[in-house]
Design a protein around this ligand. Structure first.
Ligand code: DGL
Length: 258
């Protein structure tokens, strides 16, 4: 084991989570692995998502990481329980759509949960819906991951696709929108434009905080100065350039959206 924290996503989405982890733990060393060659995971069969997740996590394990963040709601739903059972010695942090806080933010209206079709279909989300889902509307974020992966998050095309997906609910009182996929925080301004009154929720902060507390519980916090970030992809080198660009974009976004 070494001092690296391994992050994994189907592509560049998990960068939104890594960004938050770096913000609260700048002295840690991070390895981010994006399976860009196989993104999106959402529309794939469960067994395929499991096999891809196993391969990606295997790459992190080979590097001897001290903890793993599955920075992907889809892979968490499909695979987190399995990999945790296989590696009880490691802190493995997963994600789920932030429906709980969104549920408590309602004031008479509804909550839209935007996520991949796999996340919305599997048991983990159904359990969450059973507890906090009265007045929640699950919506598959059709085409959104592809736009983000294509470097098009901040384009009129992406804004139009978000509008199209949310159009059926425009007449309703929507108090909150859950961005239940780690690719969606790059689209939050488009979502906010459709529902200016809604509060937006995503799992970035909660996941980074959970990582910090788990590292503390396991006695694995590092005080190296300064921390480093290494990016890896199964895809084209351009994916790494996009990861770095998104990190920069998030720096700017954080200045506006504390
Ligand atoms: N970023 C992933 C998530 O949080 C999944 C995107 C995909 O590959 O479909 O669900």
């Amino acid at each position: 084991m070494n001092d690296l924290i391994g992050f994994f996503d189907s592509g560049v989405g998990g960068i939104s989570v890594l960004h938050e982890a770096r913000r609260i733990m700048p002295n840690e060393n991070y390895l981010f692995y994006g399976d860009n060659k196989h993104t999106p995971y959402g529309p794939r069969p469960l067994e395929e998502i499991r096999a891809l997740s196993a391969a990606a996590i295997g790459i992190l394990l080979e590097r001897g990481v001290k903890a793993i963040v599955i920075a992907c709601n889809t892979a968490t739903s499909a695979y987190a329980e399995i990999v945790r059972a296989e590696h009880p010695e490691l802190p493995i942090i997963g994600m789920e759509p932030a429906l709980k806080p969104a549920h408590f933010a309602r004031h008479g209206g509804k909550v839209i949960v935007l996520a991949t079709e796999t996340t919305l279909r599997l048991e983990k989300f159904n359990r969450l819906m059973a507890r906090y889902g009265d007045d929640a509307i699950p919506v598959v974020g059709e085409g959104l991951v592809e736009l983000v992966e294509g470097g098009k998050a901040q384009t009129p095309e992406a804004a139009a696709q978000v509008r199209e997906l949310l159009k059926p609910y425009a007449g309703e009182q929507i108090d909150a929108v859950v961005l239940g996929c780690t690719h969606y925080p790059y689209l939050r301004n488009h979502v906010q434009a459709v529902f200016p009154e809604a509060k937006l929720f995503d799992g970035r902060d909660g996941t980074a905080q959970r990582l910090r507390s788990q590292l503390e519980v396991y006695g694995l916090r590092s005080d190296d100065t300064p921390g480093t970030v290494e990016y890896q992809t199964s895809g084209e080198p351009g994916a790494i350039v996009l990861m770095q660009k998104l990190m920069d974009w998030l720096d700017e976004e954080r200045k506006i959206e504390p």
